[in-house]
Design a protein around this ligand. Sequence first.
Ligand code: RIB
Ligand code: CA
Length: 315
Amino acid sequence: MARKVIIDCDPGIDDAVALTLALFDPRLEVVAVTAVAGNVSAEQATRNVQTIVEQLDPPRYPRLGSATEPDSAPYIDRRHLNGEDGLAGAGLAVSQLARQHPSEKLICDEVRAAPGEVTLVCLGPLTNVARALTRDPELLSLLGRIVIMGGSVSGVGNVTPCAEFNIYFDPPSARTIFRSPTTKTLVPLDVTDQVVLSLELLNQLPDETSRAGRLLRAIVPHLFRTHRHELGQESIRLSDTVAIAAMLHPELFHTTELSGDVETSGELTLGATIFDRRPNSPQRADIEVTTELDVPAVTDCIVRGLADAGRQTAI
Ligand code: RIB
Ligand code: CA
């Protein structure tokens, strides 16, 4: 029986690759893809979600949710890595934007429709999840599981010296979820940054005789270019794709239960994720933090999963 999932994301090329992996894996039934502001604006993220899903045209079409800006968005995004439109400026065709429910409403509706069965996978800031929780306080108790790509256990950030982007973009929402009385699975930078993809990936992507290949080859090369120009790196990391791999292949990952919280006011530490690793911590350790992974095996699963998406979308 395929596992029902909602993917909340802020496309972003990384998110697009993650969606390609998820939408064609038979173990998953992606019932909804909800847009959230982060890498790009809310409006652009909404457009990009529809663009990606239309370009891939998966066998089971998910419902789509529209993003709205967080209450206090920082003046930051990740267009310098993903392109002005968040999808490499590839000019991908998209039909007239369908009228969509707000992401937080769609999350509540789909969770209520299948209590205990839905896994919510968060690949962007946690704005929608916090809003959904406000809208339906029983939400997290009705969720099967929540998986979050975000944070840093070591304290090394990617957007400031100590904060990871998804958390930094909306710290109050992240704190709400970290403090919520439900078990969360966290896939932090410490783990996702270990999967380093070289230019060899461009030879391994499905070719352009498939919808997945056309999409991936239109956007992934841009990420290599910007990583070289902006970061001086000859390789890329696909944090969201590793988070999907963690869901699909849990046997390749190791988790540790920790208690964690989010800094929401520090001048230097805003958005930092703080974990209590004291031996006799009084805090409830309700975050399953992914700490280790089999890097070669995870990399192989990603490449094989994308190739499979290519086979399923042959033109
Ligand atoms: O820090 C990495 C995260 O920030 C990824 O989800 C990427 O897409 C951006 O949202
Ligand atoms: Ca993302």
